[in-house]
Design a protein around this ligand. Structure first.
Ligand code: PNS
Length: 160
């Protein structure tokens, strides 16, 4: 079975990510790769983000969650993965994702990027919007796993 890496910041994981993980693990042995991404000043620490994904994917035997720093292609090579999986929410994602796929193909020509179309009901979702709504006191119920909803409440109550 082919091993694929699904990289992202996952700050935090939301139901659109989870749907993609569920679908991708029918096609691949899947490693969800949580990027350190220091430039983005994440709301949740690296291990916190990974633990939230582990909790939400506990029932998916073909999914493993890892953290990494540095290049995705190097992480994929260390894991023996031959595919990078990314979700495409629509045309707005396409340009950025195509650029990343092209750079990754330049760096690692044998690594394929496979895009899965986000289901329409999740096409509007992003971690940025989740953080913003939660920070402003809005409800994110139904958009993130319940444990993530609690973590957001706790983190934001404690000043972000
Ligand atoms: O969820 P995000 O923030 O859109 O994910 C972006 C991510 C983590 C996939 C991307 O920033 C990435 O691959 N970072 C690792 C560093 C790297 O490989 N950069 C070159 C990509 S062309």
């Amino acid at each position: 079975m082919t091993t694929a890496v699904y990289p992202g910041s996952f700050d935090p994981i939301h139901n659109g990510h989870l749907d993609l993980i569920q679908r991708a693990c029918r096609l691949f042995d899947l490693i969800v790769a949580v990027a350190e991404n220091a430039q983005k000043r994440p709301l949740f620490g690296l291990e916190e983000r990974a633990d939230m994904i582990r909790a939400a994917t506990r029932h998916m035997p073909r999914v493993r969650v890892e953290t990494f720093d540095g290049l995705t292609v190097e992480f994929a090579a260390r894991c023996g993965a031959t595919v990078i999986v990314k979700g495409l929410r629509g045309p707005a994602d396409l340009e950025y994702e195509m650029r990343m796929a092209a750079v990754n193909a330049h760096l690692a020509p044998h690594l394929e990027t496979v895009f899965l179309a986000t289901r329409p009901e999740y096409a509007f979702l992003s971690s940025t919007l989740i953080r913003e709504v939660a920070a402003l006191g809005g409800s994110v119920r139904g958009l993130v796993p319940q444990a993530v909803e609690r973590s957001l409440r706790d983190r934001l109550r404690n000043g972000g």
